[in-house]
Design a protein around this ligand. Structure first.
Ligand SMILES: *[C@@H]1O[C@H](CO)[C@@H](O)[C@H](O)[C@H]1NC(C)=O
Ligand SMILES: *[C@@H]1O[C@H](CO)[C@@H](O)[C@H](O)[C@H]1NC(C)=O
Ligand SMILES: *[C@@H]1O[C@H](CO)[C@@H](O)[C@H](O)[C@H]1NC(C)=O
Ligand SMILES: *[C@@H]1O[C@H](CO)[C@@H](O)[C@H](O)[C@H]1NC(C)=O
Ligand SMILES: *[C@@H]1O[C@H](CO)[C@@H](O)[C@H](O)[C@H]1NC(C)=O
Ligand SMILES: *[C@@H]1O[C@H](CO)[C@@H](O)[C@H](O)[C@H]1NC(C)=O
Ligand SMILES: *[C@@H]1O[C@H](CO)[C@@H](O)[C@H](O)[C@H]1NC(C)=O
Ligand SMILES: *[C@@H]1O[C@H](CO)[C@@H](O)[C@H](O)[C@H]1NC(C)=O
Ligand SMILES: *[C@@H]1O[C@H](CO)[C@@H](O)[C@H](O)[C@H]1NC(C)=O
Ligand SMILES: *[C@@H]1O[C@H](CO)[C@@H](O)[C@H](O)[C@H]1NC(C)=O
Length: 501
């Protein structure tokens, strides 16, 4: 027996987390639109965008009929309004499954049933019914011999995970353990997965400046700015990975190590209230979703489980104009009701066609509200050592007006960025620059990259596009060191703040 122990340990180590189907991106289809497209139009859009996985918030028969024989994999949902009935009666659950699942397969490729939505946080009174509901739905699938192809789970808000940074210290809110422990056992014994909603946008918004926007948007951070989990020494370069790993650690804390995570919702709003929600912009939504898609499809996994795919459903297909609440609530969509992309995702190289990526056009501009001295130093660097031709910024030249440091820096940053082939790390400038998809050209001042034109960049081939090469080394008393100090303070915060996610 004793000699078996190492073997068992090895087996345990190997039996951690396997994602069934590898990496994929799906999309959530919400229907609170005043001019909701018909199910056939929805499916036509999904097909034209090569979206092969969707999550419905119900099991609408017309939508399922349109999805029949489309090749699209479908997660259907038991809406929260029906949870009470389904969780209280095995017969009701069996009836639900027969009408909403069995009636549609195999024409519709239903791969999962999501039972309720964020029940533990949205409907805490219904928590005791959650485990019975998933069990009843599962036993009805067993009876129909569909349990192997259709998984049952329930989507959780990531707010049920406490102390989520560092991820290694995360745990599920203890008052939810009476539900989470049997739930995880159920997921484990049925080969299902943990459905998690991951919203770095809200984590960022609620962090009061502790979480840098770049960290939420998957933008490259200098290595010394990455958050490090002091217990595991794992480096976290983005909020998404940190939250997913927090879920893995929270499960491990309850001795569950072989239930994969599927992110059932994630996204970024493209519009919000200008004063309350200034970071809900099309640029940020484009950046977040484009980077998310690349990250997921690359199967990079997370620091805790490298190489283990985290299938993710983007929230959401359409802007839902009928949703109540903040302006941003109605602006998470990739498309408007006519199927026109709200913004163009920049997915070049990721091998998917989604939201019509036909351009490579991005621009590098000065960050709004950036420190004027840092901007000036970076501008000086770009027009000097950076070898940007800044003659158009001289008085009488087309890009002189507006004569502000911000406008001139924007021109110079963008010229440098395009001169460097828009390489990664070439739009950094000590953190005072940012990438946008909006052409900043104005009047006669045409920016490099605009209309496919090349920049006025001269001979930059010898400059490596590293962050130190873009630093303002030209002698400004502020600049580099100050910024690095600031970032280190942020880093310290990231490590010590108990509840930042
Ligand atoms: C249904 O989806 C599953 C999971 O992605 C896949 O393995 C299977 O081939 C699909 N079935 C059909 C008929 O497309
Ligand atoms: C619930 O119903 C299924 C059939 O749908 C049956 O197999 C199962 O034993 C029932 N479970 C309970 C607890 O009654
Ligand atoms: C933990 O869950 C309980 C029960 O839902 C809730 O009242 C409490 O606020 C949660 N704690 C935290 C820190 O979120
Ligand atoms: C997890 O396993 C440890 C060690 O076997 C045990 O002490 C602990 O009670 C277990 N926790 C749970 C929630 O099962
Ligand atoms: C993709 O994955 C490889 C290793 O698997 C990694 O080196 C590379 O940086 C990743 N690319 C992106 C864009 O994440
Ligand atoms: C891109 O979108 C336009 C409408 O915005 C559409 O006419 C065109 O067919 C789309 N192209 C692809 C390849 O999907
Ligand atoms: C976009 O840029 C990449 C490399 O930067 C290039 O391989 C690709 O062909 C470009 N696509 C278009 C549509 O210009
Ligand atoms: C941009 O510059 C590159 C090399 O510097 C050149 O190969 C390319 O043809 C130029 N593109 C345009 C549209 O002028
Ligand atoms: C570019 O650099 C080469 C040598 O590296 C030099 O001969 C050439 O004159 C430079 N061109 C400009 C426009 O500075
Ligand atoms: C950038 O930093 C690296 C290591 O810190 C150094 O080797 C390199 O020379 C630096 N490059 C520039 C252009 O300063």
């Amino acid at each position: 027996m004793e000699s078996m122990a190492p073997f068992l340990l090895l087996l345990l180590a190997i039996s951690v987390v396997h994602a069934d189907e590898g990496a994929y991106i799906g999309v959530n289809v919400g229907t609170a639109l005043s001019d909701m497209p018909s199910p056939t139009q929805v499916v036509a859009l999904l097909k034209s965008q090569e979206i092969r996985h969707v999550r419905l918030y119900d099991a609408d028969p017309a939508m399922l009929a349109a999805l029949a024989n489309s090749g699209i994999r479908v997660t259907v949902s038991v809406p929260n309004e029906q949870l009470l009935a389904v969780g209280q009666s095995n017969a009701t659950a069996a009836n639900w499954v027969s009408r909403n699942v069995v009636a549609h397969v195999p024409a519709v490729n239903i791969t999962a049933v999501a039972v309720g939505s964020e029940v533990l946080t949205a409907l805490p009174n219904a928590a005791p019914l959650l485990v019975p509901a998933v069990r009843y739905v599962h036993s009805a699938l067993v009876a129909a011999n569909l349990d192997r192809q259709i998984k049952v789970s329930t989507p959780h808000s990531s707010s049920i995970i406490l102390d989520s940074f560092p991820p290694s210290q995360a745990f599920f809110n203890r008052s939810l353990e009476p539900v989470m422990v049997p739930m995880l056992k159920f997921l484990q014994s049925t080969g299902s997965y943990l459905m998690l909603n991951v919203y770095p946008y809200y984590d960022y918004m609620q962090s009061n400046g502790v979480i840098p926007l770049d960290y939420a948007l998957f933008r490259p951070l200098p290595p010394n700015k990455e958050a490090v989990d002091a217990n595991t020494l794992l480096h976290y370069t983005n909020v998404f990975d940190a939250v997913v790993d927090a879920a893995y650690f929270a499960m491990a804390y309850l001795n569950v190590t072989n239930v994969p995570v599927v992110v059932l919702e994630s996204g970024w709003p493209h519009k919000g209230d200008p004063s309350e929600e200034p970071d809900a912009t099309a640029d940020n939504a484009d950046t977040y979703n484009s980077n998310l898609i690349r990250h997921v499809l690359n199967s990079t996994g997370t620091p805790k489980h490298p190489g283990i795919a985290v299938p993710t459903y983007i929230y959401e297909l359409y802007d839902e104009d009928q949703r109540p609440g903040a302006v941003s609530e109605r602006n998470w969509g990739l498309f408007d009701a006519n199927g026109v992309p709200v913004y163009t995702l920049h997915l070049t190289g990721s091998g998917v066609l989604l939201a019509n990526d036909t351009t490579n056009q991005t621009y590098c501009i000065a960050k709004e509200g950036a420190d004027a001295k840092l901007l000036q130093a970076a501008l000086d660097w770009a027009c000097g050592p950076g070898k940007v031709d800044c003659s158009v910024l001289m008085q009488g030249q087309p890009c002189y007006d507006p004569d502000t440091v911000e406008a001139h820096a924007t021109y110079a940053f963008n010229a440098y960025y395009h001169g460097m082939g828009m390489g990664s790390g070439t739009c950094y400038f000590n953190g005072v620059a940012t990438i946008t998809t909006t052409d900043p050209s104005h009047g006669d001042c045409t920016f490099p990259g605009s209309g496919g034109k090349n920049g006025t960049f001269l001979n930059g081939t010898s400059l490596a596009p590293s962050s130190n090469s873009t630093s303002a080394q030209s002698g400004s008393p502020h600049s580099y060191r100050d910024i690095m100090q600031l970032l280190q303070i942020v880093g310290v915060f990231l490590l010590s703040l108990p509840l930042f996610l």
